[in-house]
Design a protein around this ligand. Structure first.
Ligand code: MN
Ligand code: MN
Ligand code: MN
Length: 304
């Protein structure tokens, strides 16, 4: 299979991306993370790992940042792999936290960059607020402990918990959540995210595709999930992550059936974070269910 890479740009956001070769769930992965958010590998290490496990088309989708894409693009050229621009956005839908993966957008889009700055700011504000509450409860210095070598990446709650363990404030991450960080505890700070509609609009205005990430993880139930899909489609959304790692038996088929019902395409992604989590790694995705329309067919040259 020959993938055609247009030499003009390092990161793809125009069509067509690919030649006529058929991409499958064994060679496409449109959801993964690097150290630029909560992954453990550098962007180039992520690309190398994906390539070595058979991936030909990869989207790096760090949480609320595109900081890793430039490095990943260089590695992609060296590893004969097509890199698709990507980002996983946190948003809110009817009180539930939902993740939307934006794909194949123009990274230089100013509104998108401004939006991501705002998202990062929200993460920092929350982290600082948690840090202050912990200080008031005799656990000072937690953010400073995380602060080194982070390049401005806002600390997540699991990282805050980890730092609390390292500083001897608690015995385990679980204990940090049970005593301080969890729901109803002294250092709980709810995160307020933008709406799904807002995120879809930002991604679409930057020329990209919007995908509902890992729909099975929101514990929404069939009726609510279908409402989410329907409203997402109405807002201009493109696809649903139909195949991902750690799914229940039959889940991909159910998601694919719902997606088709609302005219949404199918996307796939491992949600790789670290080699330590072997259950979410490259090259481990099951096949697309029959009848699913792959999102990436829109990025391929029409066959004639
Ligand atoms: Mn993550
Ligand atoms: Mn997610
Ligand atoms: Mn993810």
């Amino acid at each position: 299979m020959v993938l055609e890479i247009d030499s003009g740009s390092h990161i793809h956001h125009r069509q067509p991306l690919f030649g006529k070769g058929i991409l499958t769930t064994a060679t496409v992965d449109l959801h993964c993370h690097s150290r630029c958010s909560d992954g453990s590998l550098s962007p180039s290490e992520v690309v190398q790992r994906a390539a070595s496990r058979g991936i030909k088309a990869l989207a790096l989708t760090d949480h609320d940042t595109v900081a890793g894409l430039a490095e990943a693009a260089v590695a992609a050229q060296q590893n004969d792999l097509v890199l698709i621009s990507g980002c996983e956005f946190s948003c809110q839908w009817r009180g539930a936290g939902v993740h939307i993966v934006g794909l194949n957008f123009d990274v230089s889009n100013l509104e998108l960059q401004q939006f991501l700055r705002q998202q990062r700011l929200l993460r920092w504000e929350r982290a600082i607020c948690i840090g202050e509450k912990l200080s008031a409860r005799k656990c000072p210095g937690v953010l400073a402990q995380i602060g080194r070598d982070r390049d401005g990446v806002p600390p997540s709650r699991p990282e805050i918990a980890q730092a609390m363990v390292a500083m001897g404030y608690v015995k385990s991450i679980q204990e940090a959540f049970r005593l301080y960080l969890g729901a109803g505890k002294v250092a709980e700070v709810p995160q307020i995210w933008p709406s799904c509609e807002e995120v879809v609009a930002v991604v679409k205005d930057a020329g990209g595709a919007a995908v509902i990430a890992h729909p099975g993880r929101y514990k929404l139930g069939g009726t609510k999930l279908r409402t989410l899909f329907s409203e997402f489609k109405e807002a201009g959304g493109d696809a649903v992550e139909v195949v991902y790692c750690g799914q229940k038996q039959g889940e991909a088929l159910t998601l694919s059936t719902y997606a088709s019902r609302f005219g949404l395409k199918a996307s796939v992604g491992s949600d790789f974070h670290s080699p330590e989590f072997g259950w979410a790694d490259f090259g481990r995705l099951g096949p697309l269910p029959k009848g699913a329309v792959a999102l990436w067919t829109a990025w391929q040259e029409p066959s004639c």
